[in-house]
Design a protein around this ligand. Structure first.
Ligand code: EPU
Length: 425
């Protein structure tokens, strides 16, 4: 298991390229199951979760090809699907594997997908995905840890999501496009990744109206065809680098990003005193003259993303005053706080509220990453801590950040990856 060794205290300077969005690429890859023709996807981030999804598609006998290694482009052709199944071995490493449920049942009339268990940040059930697919006429049973869905052909229906769910909206949308008749989906997630998926589906021949709104109207078609699509930039990687610039007192130029997808994060950072300049597809971030505290409630898009909460907490430890951070999406997403406490942060947790009093002088310590975004928060804390921070279990960060240590090093950070077999430097 690899670890990161970080020697903090260096302002980051320079330009960094933002990768494609993991959470847009995953549903796009799943959507390739909807057609027998090739679908070409570009700007795919080179991260572990993408490899897992590619393995899952290959397991179903899809032809997965890529011109480069590691791949940033994929052509996937699901000419025939002989194993409409997502096995436990793959789903347990990545719960987004559940995104194949909707496309599989819509295209083949059958899907068998391992039920994802809970994860470090919460229980994360998929009951709403199941309810919606049942509304579209799928017969669903849950047995032996697997969800089995059957339908000769799905039928269009009206469904109002009782709670906003990102992958739930994506799963049901990718089922409805091949259903017979019209589907009306209400209270859909507004995340840019949902809109990016809808745009891919339209290129494949789907008929969807209401993109970017909470009501999606889908007119089902008999079949979809091949398409080429470029995945949107990763707004969470962008936000993480914004905070890396701000927290280290640096000056960074983030290229190939989509500032319009980060309005809430940019506004919040500006209210902390961080200087940010937006251009069409780039951002310039400069350190605050004085970093001041701010309160944050995580919310569904367009609110402040839960996937930016751990990184914001790292920033709050360096801000003057009291920041109250309320996590409203997941029930257990403060595991990084306990590690930051070990580095000298002043954080009091009360249920879903973290009260951070700053600034604190952080000191390097051995810490453990519990999930993807928690790892990013700890890396940011390590970049400002004195002495050496060791972060264990960085496989979490490899799931969703492309070569983060290389990108940070190119900006002047002292961060190295140390394998268990390597000698400590
Ligand atoms: N929920 C239910 N029932 C359902 C579905 C969701 O109760 O059937 C609850 C969840 O437990 C949670 C809330 O609804 O409390 C919202 O969860 P959502 O379904 O929106 O989350 P998700 O689709 O499983 C995606 C991202 C997450 C991100 C969340 C929230 C992907 C692959 N994952 O998860 O990303 O945190 O939306 O924005 O798109 C990450 O990238 O690190 C990550 C965790």
């Amino acid at each position: 298991m690899d670890r990161f060794k970080i020697e903090g205290g260096r302002p980051l300077q320079g330009a960094v390229q933002i990768s494609g969005a993991k959470n847009a690429a995953l549903p796009a890859l799943a959507a390739t199951l909807l057609t027998s023709e090739p679908v070409h996807l570009q700007n795919i981030p080179r991260v572990r979760d993408i490899i897992t999804m590619a393995k899952l598609l290959a397991h179903m006998r899809c032809n997965v090809t890529s011109p480069d290694i590691p791949p940033s482009e994929f052509t996937i052709q699901a000419e025939t699907i002989s194993h409409a199944e997502a096995p436990y071995e793959l789903v347990k490493t990545m719960r987004a594997s559940v995104l194949v449920l909707g496309p599989l049942v819509a295209r083949t009339g059958y899907a068998r997908v391992s039920l994802p268990g809970g994860c470090a940040i919460g229980a994360r059930p998929i009951d709403i995905h199941i309810q919606a697919l049942e509304k579209l006429g799928a017969k669903i049973s849950v047995e032996h840890g697997y969800v089995e869905a059957r339908a000769k052909r799905l039928r269009g229906a009206e469904f109002r999501f009782p709670k906003i769910t990102v992958t739930g909206t994506e799963n049901v949308l990718t089922a409805a496009v091949l259903a017979e008749g019209e589907t009306l989906l209400e209270n859909c997630a507004l995340e840019p990744e949902v809109t990016d998926l809808a745009e891919l589906l339209i290129k494949m021949g789907a008929r969807i109206e209401g993109l970017g709104t909470s009501t999606l109207r889908v007119r089902g078609v008999q079949r979809l065809h091949g398409a080429t699509h470029e995945i949107i930039p990763d707004r969470i990687e962008t936000g993480t680098f914004l905070i890396a610039g701000a927290i280290t007192g640096g000056d960074l130029h983030l290229q190939n990003c989509a500032p319009e997808h980060l309005r809430a994060v940019i506004e919040k950072l500006k209210s902390c005193g961080v200087e940010i300049r937006c251009e069409a597809n780039s951002l310039r971030v400069k350190a605050a003259k004085k970093l001041v505290a701010a309160d944050v409630d995580t919310e569904e898009y367009p609110g402040f993303a839960t996937d930016m909460q751990a990184q914001f907490m790292a920033l709050a430890t360096q801000a003057q005053g009291v920041s109250r951070i309320r996590e409203t999406i997941f029930e257990n997403r403060f595991l990084h706080a306990v590690e930051m406490l070990r580095m000298g942060a002043n954080i009091a947790i009360d249920g879903n509220l973290a009260v951070v009093t700053g600034p604190s002088k952080l000191s390097g310590a051995p810490v453990t990453a519990s999930d993807l975004r928690a790892s990013a928060g700890l890396v940011l804390a390590g970049l400002v801590a004195d002495n050496t921070t060791w972060i264990d279990r960085v496989y979490h960060i490899d799931r969703g950040y492309e070569r983060i240590e290389e990108k940070l090093r190119s900006l002047g950070a002292r961060i190295t990856r140390v394998g268990t077999g390597d000698r400590d430097e």
